[in-house]
Every structure is written in C-alpha cells, then in structure tokens.
Design a protein. Structure first.
Lengths: 336, 297
C-alpha cells in the first residue's frame, strides 16, 4: 500500500523536496527544542496537515465513509417499510438479499441493459470523440473555431432538462425529431422512438451520448495539443500521409488518454439515471431497466425494500470499484 | 504542419457543419418548443418552424401560472401542475444549494489539496488515492443509507441536508481538480515567503491562494454546475414543496400527461440558462478544470 501511495508522486520527489526546504526547520522541531527565536509559533508539518484536513475528513466521514458502511449493513438486513418505521437496529438477514437479487430476473436484466448501454456509449464516445477532437484541432479553419466554442454546450445542460428536451424530441405524435425528419423528406410515417421495446434502450443512448460527449472530446483535444510536433515533421519528411500519421503516431501516443476516457466514461455510464427517469422510467415493459434505476425503484417505491436496494447498489459499486482501482493504480499518473 | 488542401478543406468544413448541427439539434428543439403556441403544437404537427411564435409559455412559468387567466382561453391550457407554482422557490433553493456547495467544496478542497501536494506526508498521499476512488462511488449507494438515517433523525426535507450531502460527495472531485493547480506553482515562491517570516499556512493564504485564482475559478464553476444539475440527492432527501430544487420540479413533470410540451420546454430552457451562460462565459476555466480533474497528479 505504501509503495503504491508513493508511486503517485514523481519518483524521488519526497526526498529532495524535503531537503530543498530550510534544513532543520521541520526535522529540528522534532528532534530538539527550537534553537533560533521564532517569530510566530509554527505548527509542524504533521500538525498542519492534520489541522488543514480535519474539516474535509470530517465531512467525508459523515457523507461518504459512514453511508458506505451503513449501506453494507442494510444490505445484510431485512429492511422494508415496517422495519423502517420501527427503526434501528434492523433484523439480520444474512446473504438473503444477495441471494434473492441474483435470482431476480429483473435485476439480471437490468445489469445486462446497463452493460449494453455502457458499451454502446463508450464505443461511440471514443470514436466520435477522437474524430471531433482531431477536427477542432485543425488550424486555420474558420468553422473549426466555431465548433470549438460550441463543443462544451451540452455539458452545461442539466441531465434532467436534457431528458425532458428529448421527451419532446422523441414524442411520437408531436415530437421534434419526427417533424424534422418529415420536413427533410426522410420519413413519411412518424416513428415511435422510445415506445418500441426493441429500440428503446438504443434511443436512450443518444441523449446520454449527446450530453456527455464534450468531456471525451475535451480530454482528447487537450492530449492532442500536447503531442510532440517534431515527430510529425519527421514522419512527413519520410513521406507519411495523414492517415498513416494518425494510425502510427497519434493513436499510439493517445493510448493512455483513451484508456482514461474509457474507464471514466464506462463507470459513469453505469450510473445513468436522469435520462432513464425522464424518458422511459424503465419501460416499455422492462426494456430500459438499468442498475441505478433498479436500486432506486426497489428502495424508494412500495414496498420500500431498502435491504434489497442497498444490496443491488453495492453490487453496482463493486463493479465500478474494480474499474476505479485499475484507474488509480495504472492510469491516473501515467496519462498526462 | 501544412494546411489541408482545397478538397480536404471542403470535407472538413462539411464535417464541422455536421458536428455543429448535432450540438444544436436539441437546443433548436427546446427553443422551438418553448416558442410554440398550443394551437400550433397540436394542429400543425409537421411544422418545424412554427408559423406563429409566442412568449406566453415563458410568461406562464415566470408568473407561476397567474398570467394564464388573462390571455389564454382554450380549456386545455388552463392546466397547471402544482410544482410549477413553486418556480421561484425552486430556483432560489437551487441557487442557495449550488452556491453553498461551491463555497464549502472550494474551501475544504483547497485546504486538503494543498496538504497533498506540498506537505507530502504518507497519509495525505493515501488521501489523494482515497479521493480518486471516492469519485467512483455511485450516489445511489450513499443515498439509500442517508435516507434511512435522515428519516430516523428528522433530517429529511431541509436545504442543509442536501448541501452537506452534495458537498461531501463533490469534495473529492474538487481536491482532484485543485491539486494539479497547486502543484504547478513553483515551491520557491513559498520558500521565499517563509524566509521573510511567513508561516507555512500564511504562505498558503497569501501566496498560493491568490496565485491559484484561475484554478479556484475553474473548480468553483464546475462545482456550481454539477450541483445545479444534481437530481438524485435532493430527490431522495426532500419531498416537501418548500425544499424543491429546479431539477426536482423538472422531474415531477415526467409522466404528467396533461402538461403541454411548450410549457415544459419553456421551463427546461429557463432552468438550463444559468449554467449555459456560465459555461459560455468561463469556457477556458471549465476546459482546464475538467482536464485537470481527470488526469495529472
């Protein structure tokens, strides 16, 4: 663990950094009484770190750490509306919640939907994100500058507002999409985009991708700007075209940032909630039940099966936790 | 790099137009929808550009339903969901929550980020790793226990509860955004201040913080935006009309079969304006902040 912690900083940063400061300023305080007259009584590094982190640690203990453990406790307890009324402590339920969860067709279906949803989102966002990042990276194109200004706009839209907008866009009888496609001559009959079980999940990916694509574009664009220019010049001298430059230079150099985008986008796509709530509420039938929606519905709709909801949320957290560990251990430091 | 050739230029321009169309399509939908009269919405179902536009929908939302009595005569347009009558209350609540969350996360985040990049103790580095992992914790896992605890302690239906929950949830992210900014400042600046008799904390307040103004701005904007957008946290903790946030009002329109699209779009447009204006004005900061929060350590 300690080795892992240190690897986050540049190698050797801890040692030299300490020496660069006034020798004796911090070590001296610990080993012998302060020799020189000190104007203001100064806290040691350790004390200062404790003092400065106390408020953050306190808040995180209350809002992050404690609920995580409490959710674990709930997932091993029998908690429904009756137990909820009676209050703490809740009757122990063993692994029953988890057993029921994995026998629940709807939960397995929700998990499957979540994976399909995340897979589509990530593949589309990486491909489209890279393409658009390359596009706005073009110098001397007037329109590319316009695109660059607009690119962040979807990030500013509240997810639930985005959901409502797409309710109107997708609406069967009155919707904006059917109107536009009709006017452009693409369709003659209006299509029920979110009402058909076969297409509902795919219809759901579009608004989500629209809203979250800026993040991917932005990271790719930032990475593109940091690529070494001389490599491209050397390649051009050797007669390499644009496509070969992309395939043999850009893509390999971008691999770390692509990995970061894949991990971040996958874990956040696993949590899609607002657009589901707005557009389909899991329907039609159970075609768009996803993991967060399952946990939310089980916990906060009758019969308020909090125990089962907590167990399902924990399964989701563990899946994402695996991605998080990979991100922290392997990617975060390397991709700069 | 050489500029693209003529044909290539044309293709790139077409690609740009496609991307711009893609970005603006939903924006066009919300603007068009909010400007339509009820008559056009229902009678002219093929119209993309409405033959007549109106400000009535905005007036209806902004007067919290009062305006309708004087001007709109049709029977269906008299419908007004209760939550729309709390528009200003919800707007105010959202603003109070977003500003408080921004202030708390900036203050606590700056204090912690500084100790992580400058004091470099073993446990502050653990704290950084913990923050990275904490960013991945699904909100729903936290909300179920917070609801149970809030219910038994009577903490549900308050702004304070939502503010604390959102601030705690966002704090790791703020630390991740701020840490690289602090790290990019040369430590010689601090050393010089300390030679002049500043304490380490004094150097942080007087030297580091003012120099990190761009980083603090970037972090602050992102915190405000994420908090303004947050739905699940207030949705689970609050249900009382007095403590509704704007996203909650929006979500309450879902499944309401009586609400008209034009009113719904007007409300959506009004609720997305604050963050859109913020992003367009402070684009540079948002871009830097988002990049800093995802990579670099």
């Amino acid at each position: 663990m300690a080795g892992g912690a240190r690897s986050l900083v540049a190698p050797g940063a801890v040692g030299p950094d300490r020496n660069r400061r006034h020798p004796g300023a911090e070590e001296g305080c610990v080993t012998r009484p302060a020799p020189a007259p000190i104007k203001v009584r100064e806290l040691s590094r350790r004390q200062l770190a404790l003092a400065m982190n106390a408020p953050s640690v306190l808040l995180m203990l209350v809002v992050l750490v404690f609920p995580l453990f409490y959710a674990l406790y709930l997932s091993f307890s029998r908690v429904r509306i009756g137990e909820l009324r009676r209050g703490f402590p809740f009757p122990f339920y063993g692994f029953e919640n988890y057993v029921r969860l994995f026998q629940d067709e709807l939960f397995l279906h929700s998990l499957q939907n979540t994976f399909v949803f995340a897979l589509i989102v990530v593949v589309v966002e990486v491909v489209l994100g890279l393409a658009i990042a390359l596009l706005i990276n073009q110098q001397g194109l007037w329109l590319s500058r316009v695109t660059r200004v607009l690119i962040l706009l979807p990030y500013a839209i509240p997810p639930i507002a985005n959901g409502l907008i797409w309710i109107y866009i997708y609406n069967f009888k009155l919707g904006f999409l059917n109107r536009s496609l009709f006017q452009l001559g693409f369709i003659e009959q209006y299509i029920d985009w979110t009402g058909i079980p076969e297409t509902a999940l795919y219809s759901l990916t579009v608004p989500y991708i629209w809203r979250t694509l800026p993040f991917a574009i932005l990271l790719f664009h930032a990475a593109l700007q940091g690529l070494p220019k001389d490599v491209y010049e050397a390649a051009r001298v050797d007669g390499a075209g644009a496509w070969r430059c992309f395939w043999h230079i850009t893509l390999p150099l971008m691999r770390p940032i692509i990995a970061v985008v894949v991990i971040l986008r996958t874990s956040f796509a696993f949590l899609v909630f607002d657009e589901v709530l707005a557009l389909t509420q899991g329907g039609p039938g159970d075609a768009t039940w996803v993991a967060s929606w399952f946990s939310y519905k089980k916990s906060f709709a009758p019969p308020f099966n909090i125990g089962l909801g907590a167990a399902s949320a924990y399964v989701l957290a563990l899946v994402i936790g695996l991605l998080a560990v990979f991100y922290v251990k392997v990617l975060y430091r390397r991709a700069q | 790099m050489n500029g693209p050739g003529r044909l290539q230029r044309q293709l790139l321009n077409i690609a740009n137009l496609l991307v711009i169309a893609m970005i603006l399509f939903p924006v066009a939908a919300v603007v068009q929808g909010s400007l339509m009269t009820e008559k056009v919405l229902h009678s002219d179902i093929h119209a993309v550009i409405p033959p007549e536009v109106t400000m009535e929908n905005f007036l209806l939302v902004l007067t919290q339903g009062e305006h309708r009595e004087e001007t709109q005569t049709s029977i269906t347009s008299t419908y007004m969901p209760d939550n729309l009558r709390a528009f200003y209350r919800a707007f105010g609540n959202s603003l109070v929550i977003a500003l408080s969350v921004t202030l708390i996360t900036l203050t606590l985040g700056a204090l912690s980020a500084y100790t992580i990049v400058r004091l470099r103790l073993r446990w502050t580095l653990w704290l950084l790793q913990l923050n990275l992992v904490a960013r991945f914790v699904p909100i729903i896992v936290l909300m179920i226990p917070l609801f149970v605890v809030g219910r038994s302690t009577g903490m549900l239906n308050s702004l304070t509860g939502v503010i604390l929950a959102e601030a705690g949830f966002l704090l790791p992210y703020s630390i991740l955004i701020l840490a690289p900014y602090f790290q990019s400042l040369p430590s010689e600046l601090e050393d010089a201040a300390r030679v002049d008799g500043c304490t380490r904390f004094g150097a942080f307040v007087r030297i580091i913080l003012p120099l990190s103004a761009p980083g603090l701005t970037a972090c602050g904007v992102i915190m405000f935006i994420v908090s303004w957008h947050e739905l699940l946290i207030p949705l689970v903790l609050n249900s009382d009309l007095d403590y509704m946030t704007l996203p909650m009002v929006l979500s309450s329109l879902v499944g309401d079969t009586n609400i008209l699209f034009n009113v719904m779009m007007a409300l959506a447009l009004l609720s997305l304006l604050p963050t859109v204006v913020l992003v367009l004005l402070l684009q540079r900061y948002v871009v830097h902040g988002l990049a800093a929060g995802a990579v670099k350590g």
